[in-house]
Design a protein around this ligand. Structure first.
Ligand code: 2HG
Ligand code: ZN
Length: 480
């Protein structure tokens, strides 16, 4: 099969952005990128690589945060960007079938024009691709409403490391015939197969969407607000996003286009510096909560939201808040929330990121303890927390300056041990990639890791597909 023009890239400048992740933290040294246009071409590449023992790394939008989509050494980069067709849409079921390289935002726009929405939304939507989203089982801010992609992805076509094609592109809602093999591809981080096409169930577009930004004084109040939102907003709740005051401060300080709509009225003294050991700083308060509702009736939804807000104000759970009165204002609230990864990246020489699931009683305690630990170590760092609180998913971020090695030593393995002690997950939604492969043992028992290794060995006997991602070399995992 002759390569089509542009499907083989060897020019060093053209390769450079594919050899490094977007945060600039993981760099590989691949000398070739392949850009197949069809499943048959992907299969041909994998057959060849399998026969000759050539390692390769699948790459979508390369927006991941754990170094999962860049080479560790000189693996061939297999880009799915050349497979970006939306192939079909079923107006009755809302099922869209698309090739792996379709950009999430483009897919959402396509189904949006047809009265539906993709059940996944995240900050990187402008460049991440649906194949990568499925391969990493990306979470994002609509998870609280639509749940994991594992339920919304109805079918997956994937090429196995041997070059065989797993023909799983069904659009069936129910299918209990045999093991559900597509689940190995969803969240498999490209270690078991290369996803080439997906069938995704998209819920109806909401006729009424409301976005509100609220401020609460303590983390306990944020927890109570979440319970109230789940109870009172119920089926129209479509996002419950949490940000601490220091995260918001970093965004407005480092990003000129971002504003804090509640900033001017910050009269409770906690929103200023990064703590310095005072009580407000140690607790991290105040906290911001972005709530989105999405439903079918403007009047009904607004009535529900207003009743919820009145009750929350009356009970003094909420100290301040604003409801977006235009689409532009709603977008600005989301911009504040989605700008946090970029903001924290600008605040220090090195950013440490921990994407964890924790029970509510340990959720913000992790941020507060990390802050106290680093202060005690004399570190020059901003310690901030935000996340998808409705799903128990915290993003602990540390922007470190000065002696970053000392910061690393203070954080690891302490963070992982702390999460394991709470029976949390050390990888809630970003995956393990190369960054956290060695930490798998903090969240999975040895028997589970052994079964994972056996599956990997069965499907990829030569270990060519995305090596050193997700599963560390035998014996290299740290125990809980
Ligand atoms: O940068 C992070 O830690 C989280 C990124 C993303 O998952 C988010 O929810 O903002
Ligand atoms: Zn997230």
């Amino acid at each position: 099969m002759l390569p089509t023009p542009g499907s083989v890239v060897t020019d060093a400048d053209a390769l450079a952005p594919h050899n490094v992740d977007w945060m600039g933290r993981f760099t590989g040294a691949s000398s070739v990128l392949l850009k197949p246009r069809s499943t048959a071409q992907v299969a041909a590449v994998l057959r060849h690589c399998h026969a000759h023992g050539i390692p390769l790394v699948p790459q979508g939008g390369n927006t991941g945060l754990v170094g999962g989509s860049v080479p560790v050494a000189d693996e061939v980069i297999l880009s799915l960007s050349g497979m970006a067709a939306i192939e079909s849409f079923d107006a009755t079921s809302g099922v869209v079938t698309a090739q792996a390289g379709v950009v999430l935002e483009a897919l959402d726009a396509y189904v949006g024009e047809r009265g539906h929405r993709v059940p996944l939304d995240l900050g990187a939507k402008g460049s991440c691709q649906i194949g990568g989203n499925v391969a990493t089982n990306a979470g994002g801010s609509r998870y609280v409403r639509y749940g994991s992609l594992r339920a919304s992805v109805l079918g997956v076509e994937a090429v196995l490391p041997t070059g065989e094609v797993l023909e799983g592109l069904t659009a069936l809602r129910k299918d209990n015939t045999g093991y559900d093999l597509k689940q190995l591809m969803i969240g498999g981080e490209g270690t078991l197969g290369v996803i080439t096409r997906v069938a995704l169930a998209c819920p109806p577009l909401a006729a009424a969407v409301h976005v509100t930004l609220l401020k609460v004084g303590t983390f306990a109040d944020a927890v109570a607000l979440l319970a109230a939102a789940k109870g009172q907003l119920a089926e129209i709740l479509s996002a419950f996003e949490f940000m601490d005051a220091d995260a918001v401060r970093l965004a407005v300080t480092h990003l000129s286009h971002v504003r804090d709509p509640l900033g001017a009225s910050d009269g409770d003294g906690g929103g200023g510096g990064d703590g310095g050991g005072d009580a407000a700083g140690a607790s991290g308060g105040p906290f911001y909560v972005l709530i989105e509702t999405a439903g079918s009736s403007e009047a009904h939804d607004r009535e529900k939201l207003d009743a919820f807000l009145e009750a929350s104000m009356a009970s003094e759970l909420v100290t301040d808040g604003v409801v977006a009165e235009s689409a532009g204002q709603a977008a600005a609230f989301w911009e504040l929330r989605e700008s946090l990864p970029e903001a924290v990246g600008k605040a220090g020489a090195k950013t440490f990121k921990y994407d964890v699931s924790l029970p509510m009683d340990a959720f913000y305690a992790l941020v507060a303890e990390a802050r106290a630990r680093l202060a005690a170590a004399g570190a020059d760092a901003d310690v901030v927390g935000w996340g998808h609180m409705g799903d128990g998913n915290l993003h602990l971020n540390v922007a470190a300056r000065g002696d970053v090695a000392a910061v690393a030593a203070a954080l690891e393995p302490w963070v992982y041990e702390r999460v394991a002690a709470s029976r949390g997950s050390v990888s809630a939604e970003h995956g393990l990639g190369v960054m956290k492969a060695g930490a798998i043992g903090y969240s999975k028992d040895p028997v589970s890791v052994g079964v994972m290794r056996a599956i990997k060995g069965l499907l990829d006997p030569k270990g060519i597909l995305n090596p050193l991602k997700m599963l560390p070399p035998v014996g290299a995992e740290k125990a809980a």
